[in-house]
Design a protein around this ligand. Structure first.
Ligand code: FAD
Length: 266
């Protein structure tokens, strides 16, 4: 099947995209790696696409002492290849390399992935564990800061309003002793996760998170991550408490993902 006919226009500034979103049937496109297949399957039938992948403000990377701000149109491949600084040392590069396969990573963008909010997407869980913040441009308001755990509100649902543009993602620099681990289970290399888990511990900032992903909803943050990290509570116990309705098979798969993420912490 092919998509319905639609108009196409590149945006030059964030304001162009916001103005276009004020018209019925207009959708933003960035890398097109999620939207493209949906268009072809006619799951979405926009009257027009506005391409934000070339908007200068969405292509910027800004470093400060405490964080790195990545423009939403930075691609997975640019992060994987180290063409932009990695706020975490090397963790973002690793996460990017785990997404799909190279052709998808060449076009797919950080912002497109988060705005799409697939429950099994890598950036959704990775950015949640790393205490990242979505920087959203809202007409009449300006820049709104939304912590990642509040940005993704469900399966393919976000806190973006009808004319909002996700402008950037700010990733805090972890302390020197911080450690992180991420593991996803896939049937085949390059696929979306069937189960995923990420662990972050930063004694310098006393930040500590365990997120479980690929649940058909936004990632779940475990309430008492320290007890799992110390070994006082096992991954299956913790997941059984946090997700009592999960099937035994899913629980086992996610417990394996969490155990592997704990093992991989570096
Ligand atoms: C075969 C295949 C395998 C894949 N495997 C994985 C995988 O293993 N892991 C994974 O994480 N992902 C995977 N993906 C998805 C991929 O990572 C996409 O790049 C990503 O989900 C979407 O990014 P995009 O830039 O292509 O967004 P697009 O497809 O262009 O847009 C996606 C959505 O975001 C909206 N949008 C885009 N930019 C903005 C913005 N700045 N502000 C507001 N809304 C915006 C669009 O309107 C659209 O609704 C896979 C994709 C394919 C085709």
């Amino acid at each position: 099947m092919k998509s319905v006919a639609f108009s196409y226009a590149p945006a030059h500034e964030i304001g162009d995209a916001q103005a276009a979103l004020g018209h019925d049937g207009i959708k933003l496109v960035s890398g097109g790696q999620s939207l493209g297949p949906m268009l072809n399957l006619r799951l979405v039938r926009p009257s027009g696409l506005v391409d934000v992948s070339g908007v200068e403000a969405l292509r910027q990377v800004v470093e400060t002492d405490g964080a790195v701000r990545y423009g939403a149109a930075i691609t997975h491949a640019e992060i994987e290849d180290g063409l932009v600084p990695d706020a975490t040392g090397h963790w973002l590069r690793y996460a990017a390399s785990r997404i799909a396969y190279r052709a998808v990573r060449n076009r797919g963008t950080l912002g497109g992935s988060l705005a799409h909010a697939d429950p099994a997407a890598d950036w959704v869980i990775v950015m949640t564990t790393l205490y990242a913040t979505a920087l959203v441009h809202r007409p009449g308001v300006g820049e709104v800061r939304i912590p990642m755990e509040d940005f993704v509100t469900g399966a393919f649902r976000t806190a973006l309003g009808p004319q909002d543009v996700l402008a950037a993602i700010e990733v805090p620099r972890p302390g020197k002793t911080a450690s992180w681990g991420y593991w996803k289970y896939t049937h085949q290399e390059g696929e979306f996760a069937k189960a995923s888990a990420a662990v972050f511990v930063d004694s310098d900032t006393t930040r500590c998170r365990i997120a479980v992903g690929a649940l058909g909803r936004q990632p779940v943050l475990l309430r008492e991550p320290d007890s799992v990290i110390s070994g006082a509570v096992s991954p299956s116990q913790a997941l059984g408490d946090a997700l009592p309705d999960m099937s035994a098979a899913d629980l086992r798969l996610h417990a394996i993902a969490l155990a592997k993420a704990l093992e991989q912490r570096s």
